[in-house]
Design a protein around this ligand. Structure first.
Ligand code: BES
Ligand code: MN
Ligand code: ZN
Length: 480
């Protein structure tokens, strides 16, 4: 259960901990019970994200939280500070802080960031356990003065919505593959659609065959679990534009006949993180009064090496009529996205963004904190970069280098499904580029940041929900 958020003028009496922001210079609030010399003596300098818990007899614990040098406070700094506070609070259930009341950051953005940081740091995947994992945090209290109360209410509501969406994406991706098949994912999508004012259509294997979605069928061929494609639509009155989102939903990626080694398979229940981010984003739009029309495609199947699996050298025909010769069945994400992008193009949206745990190469290039972004249109890439700056879900642009397209040339089909080893993230994007026509398009490769190997600020060990807050930020500000 996610903690509740309370906005209060004063610090309630019954809290278990109070977090007190402390800069590297300037006065230390008296309420902390330790002065600067005493803090320095225990190694606390007020650096961003530093914390120290000061127990106090019967009253609430005081938690000093560093906010750095005066005048350097940012939205990211507040999100990180709130996360550090919740981690430092440990077993304490009700935590109050005036972090959202500090000068220098807009009241709405400050409250949103503090709520996101606090709630996401408190996230635990319940697990399949007799005693489910859970966080101790039950309530986060934002103490703000009268002037900032209205802004704090708005920001807190937004923060609760974006955090809840990221939590949904994390839960979906953390769920073991037998519990989160394509059919389960489609059921979840129907639930979310009903609860969140979306229209939803679910397509099964027969329907995908009729539609000519040979990428979905090819990837699914080696599995006993049927595929599902889900289309979700959010339609506000007088839409400001139309955005399409396409998510890779490979429910488990064994590699297919090009089987991954065991170590490479262990995280592959999370190979549906793109679809999870799209579903979670779609679910948040109505509550956030998004002005743009948004269509979401979830391309869900697992990738298994069963007796009917696609063989190397086989050729698949996609929804848009193009064909690909399969040289590696582990390059399956692009095959399901090919059908999703083709379908998205048919809706004639103003822009398409796909999100996918697509290549190990992108993870090698950018590590686990930064996703790759590659597009055919600088404007949509730049809008994603702006959303990234606001949400602290980091992305870095790689080029759609057309000179590498010849790596995909095939004698037998319109293209092969892999390039040579160099530039693997880029050749994957060049493959996708064959399916977007002239529609402005950007591709997010989230293979690196899909998972965290340890608790770290607002990231918790396991699935990160990466891209959810980023896509919400993009969609809720989207105009054509
Ligand atoms: N799902 C993987 C990519 C991946 C790897 C995501 C590690 C997250 C962590 C994808 O389907 C894949 O297997 N890609 C291959 C492509 C190659 C065969 C061209 C890869 O990156 O090795
Ligand atoms: Mn793969
Ligand atoms: Zn994959």
């Amino acid at each position: 259960m996610t903690a509740t958020v309370l906005i209060s003028r004063t610090t309630p009496k019954s809290v278990d901990a109070v977090a007190v922001p402390v800069g590297t210079t300037g006065a230390v609030p008296r309420s902390l019970g330790l002065n600067r010399a005493a803090l320095a003596a225990i190694g606390f300098e007020g650096k961003p994200g530093q914390t120290v818990v000061v127990p106090s007899g019967t009253g609430p614990a005081q938690i000093a939280v560093g906010i750095g040098e005066a005048g350097t406070l940012t939205v990211q700094g507040l999100r990180n500070a709130a996360a550090a506070v919740v981690r430092a609070a440990g077993k304490r259930a009700v935590v109050a802080t005036n972090l959202a009341d500090l000068d220098g950051v807009d009241a709405v953005k400050a409250a949103q960031a503090v709520v996101e940081g606090g709630l996401l740091a408190a996230y635990r995947y319940a697990g399949i356990k007799k005693e489910p994992n859970k966080s101790a945090l039950t309530q986060l209290v934002l103490v703000v003065g009268e002037k900032r109360t209205n802004g704090a209410r708005i920001g807190s509501e937004r923060g609760q919505a974006t955090a809840a969406a990221a939590v949904l994406a994390r839960d979906l991706a953390n769920t073991p593959p037998a519990y989160m098949t394509a059919r389960h994912m489609a059921e979840k999508a129907v639930e979310v659609a009903r609860a969140c004012g979306l229209t939803v259509e679910v397509f099964n294997r027969g329907q995908l065959a009729e539609m000519g979605c040979g990428g979905m069928l090819g990837v699914n061929a080696g599995s006993v679990e049927p595929p599902r494609m889900v289309r979700l639509t959010y339609t506000p009155r007088n839409p400001s534009g139309h955005l399409a989102l396409v998510g890779k939903g490979v429910m488990f990626d064994s590699g297919g006949l090009s089987l991954k080694p065991s170590d490479g398979q262990i995280a592959m229940k999370m190979d549906m993180s793109g679809a999870a981010a799209v579903l979670a984003t779609m679910g948040s739009l109505k509550g956030l009064r998004c002005k743009a029309k948004v269509t979401g495609y979830l391309m869900c199947t697992d990738n298994m090496p069963g007796g009917n699996a696609v063989k190397l050298g086989d050729v698949l025909t996609f929804r848009n009529g193009k064909t690909a010769e399969i040289h590696n069945t582990d390059a399956e994400g692009r095959l399901v996205l090919a059908d999703g992008l083709s379908l998205a193009v048919e809706d004639a949206p103003d822009a398409i963004v796909d999100i996918a745990t697509l290549t190990g190469a992108c993870m090698v290039a950018l590590g686990t904190k930064v996703a790759g972004v590659i597009g055919n249109d600088q404007s949509i890439v730049d809008r994603l970069r702006a959303a990234s700056a606001a949400t602290d879900e980091q992305i870095w642009q790689l080029p759609l280098e057309k000179a590498y397209r010849k790596q995909l040339d095939s004698n037998v089909a319109d293209m092969r499904n892999i390039g040579g080893p160099p530039g693997g993230a880029i050749t994957a994007a060049l493959f996708l580029n064959e399916f977007v026509g002239d529609v402005p398009w950007a591709h997010l490769d989230i293979a690196g940041p899909m998972a965290a190997d340890a608790d770290d600020g607002w990231l918790s060990k396991g699935a990160t929900g990466f891209g959810t807050r980023l896509l919400i930020e993009l969609a809720t500000g989207f105009t054509k």
